[in-house]
Design a protein. Structure first.
Length: 496
């Protein structure tokens, strides 16, 4: 059936959207139906997601889609960020507001966990990168500070799984998002060994389903509220990066000669592999094996990303200086190159009170010139990201044994021309930028595939190539020595 509509509910760290994917049998065209902010809320001492507000806005978006597209809508899929979860009681009531991964309660929990199960043991069981906000450490923080809530829990659902429950009553956990918990084995099953060793209740961990699973029809109450009828809820890759990587416009599915860089608040840089990589060197480099489509794994690194720029912009605005992103990029482009550098993955940048001060302090403490202007701060952040990408690229080539010939930058950050060029120059690799809406595209294409319209991951990517333009960036050969010298300085700040 052509001209059918698949709806993507795509939630990011700053905003959410309901997008319509309009499929004509050859190309997929995206149309934004509804956009809304996603702002965390501080309640008491905790930082939380406003999940009730998000669910209300999703329903509002679905209602607009029903008015715009009516009976052509055949399915809905949800994707969100990873690691965060809700707990439900036996009566399916929420047990508290879901915490935001930047909440401070997990500080120090990861190191304490290693006294119960060594780092190498956790990695061997899960293959996941060590980040203090992984679901495992969030649950251990809850176990310590609010054991009564954990004791009352009947089910743990990751954020996209919970929204699927709201939509259709499904209580399954989708593989790609579950793989961000540090509690899932590479074979796609919960690690009973880790649950037992950390004394976490295995009863709360639901059945795992794969991307493309049909979860059920919309609840009657949701259909009535939105005006949508006979619509199927399908699990895409519910982790947003999983959906984005499924929409990389490459003809080389199944090979490791290309890297993806999903660029936004976070940067996720990696390669697609057929099996989880569990070597000691992968653990040493703090790379992660997250689930992908068709049993693939995303061997990647989580990098702090454009969060540094976003938080600088917010700080400038709080001081009465209002810049749009284009103006900030112009200011950065006018500054001298590679004067000061930071490690963007340093813990101090996760959620500092003021990002410009955190950047300046890092530069001061490491004996570098302190950025004195808005443009210098932004340039420092962007160049540091590009050098970190180079660092990760070398590690990926080392552990796969395969040279990476091209970098695909996808997601909202692919619109940042300055960072794209810095990345090409720093990595000495051609960059292909786009699509901007990779996550929503991967989401709706997976729905179309689940309904038999598309046959394979390779065909999904062919549709992306037919539907979107990409912008090429070639490394500037004149700058090679400059970036080489900067990398030598940068290497002193980076351990993994």
């Amino acid at each position: 059936m052509h001209n059918q509509i698949h709806l993507a509910v795509d939630l990011g760290a700053e905003s959410g959207r309901v997008m319509a994917g309009i499929w004509n049998g050859r190309t997929m065209r995206l149309e934004q139906v509804h956009r809304f902010p996603n702002e965390p809320v501080t309640i008491g001492n905790g930082l939380h997601w406003d999940i009730a507000r998000l669910w209300l806005e999703i329903q509002n978006g679905l209602a607009i889609a029903a008015r715009n597209h009516g009976k052509n809508i055949v399915s809905i899929g949800v994707d969100t960020w990873g690691v965060d979860y809700v707990l439900l009681s036996k009566n399916s009531e929420l047990l508290g507001q879901p915490y935001h991964y930047r909440d401070r309660r997990t500080r120090g929990v990861m190191e304490a966990a290693f006294s119960r199960v060594p780092r190498a043991g956790i990695f061997a069981e899960t293959g996941l990168q060590f980040l203090e906000f992984n679901t495992l450490y969030q649950l251990l923080a809850l176990q310590k500070h609010a054991p009564e809530i954990l004791a009352a829990a009947d089910r743990m659902l990751m954020i996209p799984d919970y929204l699927n429950w709201c939509l259709c009553g499904s209580s399954a956990s989708e593989f790609t998002d579950a793989s961000t918990t540090q509690l899932l084995r590479p074979d796609g099953q919960w690690s009973r060994e880790l649950l037992e060793k950390f004394n976490l209740p295995d009863r709360i961990f639901p059945e795992i389903v794969r991307p493309g699973t049909r979860l059920g029809k919309l609840r009657g109450t949701v259909a009535e509220r939105t005006g949508l009828n006979d619509v199927t809820v399908i699990a895409p890759a519910t982790h947003d990066t999983g959906s984005a990587v499924a929409a990389v416009p490459t003809a080389h599915t199944g090979k490791t000669n290309w890297a993806y860089l999903s660029s936004g608040t976070w940067s996720l840089m990696g390669v697609e592999v057929q099996q989880a990589q569990l070597s000691p060197r992968v653990m040493e480099l703090n790379l992660t094996n997250e689930g992908g489509v068709d049993g693939t794994y995303r061997l990647l690194k989580n990098i702090m990303g454009l969060w540094l720029v976003q938080q600088c912009k917010r700080s400038f605005e709080s001081r009465g200086k209002s810049f749009d992103y284009a103006s900030l990029m112009k200011l950065a482009a006018a500054e001298r190159p590679l004067v000061s550098l930071v490690n963007p993955n340093a813990a101090r940048f996760l959620n500092p009170p003021e990002m410009p001060r955190a950047i300046k302090d890092f530069c001061r403490e490491t004996g570098q010139p302190v950025p004195g202007s808005e443009g210098a701060l932004i340039r420092c952040a962007l160049e540091s990201l590009a050098l970190f990408y180079r660092h990760v690229l070398r590690g990926l080539e080392e552990v796969t044994g395969a040279p990476i010939e091209v970098i695909h930058i996808i997601g909202g950050g692919s619109q940042n021309e300055l960072l794209n060029q810095f990345t090409a120059d720093a990595c000495a690799r051609p960059v292909l930028a786009g699509p901007v809406e990779a996550t929503a595209l991967g989401n709706v294409l997976m729905q179309a595939r689940a309904l038999g319209e598309i046959s394979s991951l390779a065909q999904m990517r062919n549709v992306v190539m037919a539907s979107c333009e990409v912008r090429p960036y070639e490394p500037n050969s004149k700058n090679v020595a400059m970036w080489e010298n900067a990398q030598a300085r940068f290497a002193k700040f980076v351990k993994d």
